[in-house]
Design a binder for this molecule. Structure first.
Ligand code: GSH
Length: 236
């Protein structure tokens, strides 16, 4: 049985859940407690980040390494095209989603959460101890917004420009690369879930997102595409 060690609202964990869903693989979830749970994770995997997948004797960290493992374990449906040029495009987009898009989305979310206590509390990993959870909800909004501004070197503007490009792309074609679902779609869709939480995020996050992006009618086709990709693999 596959076992996924995760934070529920981590986009990298969502990427792995989308891959597992696409391949219709059954798995169990272990919610990692921030701090103490990450020490256990370190003992298990030699590093402290989620996601980690345990498959029998194999312990795999990093969403991209996990996606490769699952591709070998369950080759159908193929999420990496056999054609070398298409495959290269998928891997480049996966890396872009995991780095630049992830950084931009995280920045936008931190700023939005600074102004929104519900978002802030809801975002904490499921296993967060109650005292820490109430502390984070109670932090004055100025503390976090100051932080967001210091680390934003044009990141939000670039994020917006990139979302506009993605939106144009998904209006022109159903999938980001070629004419089939690939790991590129899943990696991008997973990061978008930080900007507008999908139904699978559950209350209170589902349907909430970053003001100015999640509620911008111009980006509506992008959110609809993200939901369609989720629905296609059976994750609403
Ligand atoms: N490159 C990794 C990134 C994973 C990652 O950034 N995980 C975050 C959660 S979204 C984490 O575990 N943060 C806790 C920490 O760094 O202590 C992947 O693709 O899996």
């Amino acid at each position: 049985m596959l076992e996924l060690h995760q934070f529920r609202h981590s986009a990298f964990c969502e990427k792995v859940r989308l891959v597992l869903a696409a391949k219709q693989l059954a798995y169990t979830v272990v919610e990692v407690t921030p701090g103490v749970g990450q020490l256990e994770l370190y003992r298990l995997s030699g590093q402290r980040q989620v996601p980690v997948l345990v498959d029998g004797a194999a312990v795999i960290a990093d969403s991209s390494a996990i996606a490769r493992h699952l591709e070998a374990l369950a080759p159908a449906p193929a999420l990496l095209p056999a054609d070398p040029a298409l495959r290269a495009q998928v891997l480049l987009l996966e890396d872009w989603a995991d780095t630049a898009l992830a950084a931009g989305a995280r920045l936008a979310l931190v700023q939005a959460a600074a102004a929104d206590p519900v978002l802030r509390g809801g975002l904490l990993p499921e296993a967060t101890p109650a005292p820490l959870r109430s502390l984070v909800g109670a932090l004055p909004s100025g503390v976090l917004s100051g932080l967001g501004q210091v680390i934003d070197h044009g990141g939000l503007e670039q994020l917006r420009a990139n979302l506009d490009q993605l939106c144009a792309l998904v209006q022109a074609q159903p999938y980001l690369v070629g004419d089939q679902l690939s790991l590129a779609d899943l990696a991008v869709a997973a990061q978008l879930s930080l900007l507008l939480f999908p139904a699978s995020a559950g209350a209170p996050l589902a349907g909430r997102g970053v003001p100015g992006l999640a509620d911008d009618p111009q980006l509506e086709p992008l959110w609809a595409w993200r939901d369609r990709i989720g629905a296609q693999v059976g994750r609403a």
